[in-house]
Design a protein around this ligand. Structure first.
Ligand SMILES: Cc1cc2nc3c(=O)[nH]c(=O)nc-3n(C[C@H](O)[C@H](O)[C@H](O)COP(=O)(O)OP(=O)(O)OC[C@H]3O[C@@H](n4cnc5c(N)ncnc54)[C@H](O)[C@@H]3O)c2cc1C
Length: 459
């Protein structure tokens, strides 16, 4: 096919990609290389009018619709076979208003772009911890990151969203306007419409102290238990991400550490440096660190600090849960299953949660899980083209080890094959799913937006 074969999409001003047209292969690619789908059309939009036109085109031709923000959906919901991708990756503008401490973001913005703009004014809002993840998908599912213990989830900081519905209306949802839609957008994922602008509350953030500590595998369970106790009494200014990982054979690392397995703990402190030093020292003393690179840093650098572990273009499969307190048995089982890892790129991530993330009542937003201590993810990653089986089996085995401590599951970490019970768990039970299904029926009654952790419209 040549570019002359591009379909006529009435009213569309953006760029269309179809099989065979220049740029199609790049346009159909998503973060997870295990997902290799061939949409009929990728419609790269220039604004809400293009979204309306693309949705109308898909509706008339009964094409499946995928919506793409940052493209990080692990099950690959932002692409599809033989359907139309509403590609928002060209809409990346971020505008900061330091006076009102708020910012708007286009639906194609990544956290790297958002953080860069907001930090120029010493401000930030909770985002994901990998900088090329999209603001859009992450926020609509909840959004857990470095600032969540201090300032809650990304969706807790959403002030308003502009939404194009599948029948072509442009709506504003906020606490004052369409509050039920606003409730559903904060945790219900991309089920209700295509969000074309996000409006966030910002907080002063900086300076930051933090950086990686690495402990030997035989210290891992003890260090995690110690960190759990320490965080229970710590101020919200302390956060930490732990990764049971295999270090890369990087020439930047001392020879003895290259390719070595261990527990990497990255503590971060967002408050007064004097008090922070005391807390960071207490984290250091949880074991005998082989590496200690804790020091002064800044929020933008912290937000990129694990990017190298999750580059786009690897195949991936994850299993994840929010967890309550981890007892010694669960910790020992988790570390033992991790040790059976099948790829040097795979790891188990454990982020401490709690604090402000658990402040809102369970009914305040569609994101329901407000009592966790950890979010843990068995992230299998391997070279594209390799068989998924052993890596996925490893991730499931790690997940089974953590399961006794489960306190809910996170919709943004759910895979595509986990079944209806897990969907009910992610959305916080049958009653809440029922409420979400009523909102779905009001805004997307034909379930045009079905490529997501799907909420069926109430009949
Ligand atoms: C490497 C990596 C790191 C991650 N780290 C974190 C983390 O630190 N914290 C965290 O909470 N999560 C994290 N996640 C999970 C992440 O939140 C989800 O994968 C999220 O869906 C990604 O959003 P996206 O816009 O990049 O994805 P996309 O693949 O573009 O979209 C994901 C879903 O959102 C829908 N969607 C996207 N944009 C819109 C829109 N504008 N309107 C309506 N629906 C839309 C899509 O249809 C799709 O169902 C991570 C994922 C990866 C791969």
């Amino acid at each position: 096919m040549t570019t002359t074969d591009l379909p006529a999409v009435a009213g569309f001003r953006g760029t269309l990609f179809v099989p065979g047209s220049p740029g199609y292969d790049d346009a159909r690619r998503v973060w997870n290389a295990a997902v290799d789908r061939r949409p009929a059309i990728v419609a790269r939009c220039t604004g809400p009018a293009d979204v309306v036109a693309a949705l109308a085109h898909a509706r008339e031709r009964r094409l499946p619709v995928a919506v793409r923000g940052g493209g990080h959906s692990i099950p690959g919901f932002s692409t599809c076979d033989d359907g139309l991708v509403v590609d928002l990756s060209g809409l990346r503008e971020v505008h900061v208003d330091p006076k009102t401490r708020s910012a708007t973001a286009g639906p194609g913005a990544t956290w790297a772009e958002f953080d860069r703009e907001t930090q120029a004014f010493g401000l930030a809002t909770p985002g994901g911890e990998v900088s090329d993840t999209g603001v859009a998908g992450l926020t609509l599912g909840g959004g857990i990151g470095w600032l969540s213990r201090m300032h809650g989830l990304s969706c807790d900081n959403l002030l308003a969203a502009d939404v194009v519905t599948t029948d072509g209306r442009l709506l504003r949802a906020s606490a004052q306007e369409l509050p039920e839609l606003f409730w559903a957008l904060r945790g219900g994922g991309g089920n209700f419409g295509v969000v074309t602008r996000f409006h966030f509350r910002l907080h002063p953030v900086g300076p930051v102290w933090g950086g990686p500590l690495m402990f030997a595998p035989d210290e891992a369970a003890g260090v995690l238990a110690g960190l759990q106790d320490l965080v229970a009494d710590a101020p919200r200014e302390l956060s930490a991400l732990c990764v049971l990982a295999t270090l890369p054979p990087s020439p930047e690392l001392p020879t003895v550490l290259r390719g070595r397995r261990g527990l990497v703990v990255i503590p971060a402190w967002f408050g007064d440096p004097q008090t922070g030093h005391e807390w960071l020292d207490r984290v250091r003393r949880l074991g005998d660190p082989l590496v200690d690179a804790v020091g002064p840093t800044d929020y933008v650098s912290l937000q990129c600090s694990t990017d190298a572990m999750t580059p786009p273009g690897r195949a991936s499969y994850v299993r994840s849960d929010l967890l309550g307190p981890l007892d010694d048995g669960v910790l020992a089982a988790l570390v033992a299953r991790w040790a059976e890892v099948t790829s040097p790129f795979s790891g188990v991530l454990l982020r401490v949660t709690g604090g402000a993330m658990n402040d809102p009542g369970p009914g305040a937003t569609a994101f329901p899980h407000r009592s966790s201590r950890w979010i843990a993810t068995a992230a299998a990653m391997w070279e594209p083209g390799g068989a998924a089986g052993p890596h996925a089996a490893w991730a499931r085995a790690v997940w089974r080890a953590m399961r006794p401590a489960a306190a809910g599951t996170y919709v943004n970490h759910l895979d595509g094959d986990e079944g209806p019970d897990r969907l009910v768990e992610a959305y916080g039970g049958a009653e809440r799913l029922h409420r979400l299904a009523a909102v779905k029926a009001a805004y997307d009654p034909d379930n045009t937006l079905a490529l997501n952790q799907n909420i069926r419209p109430m009949a």
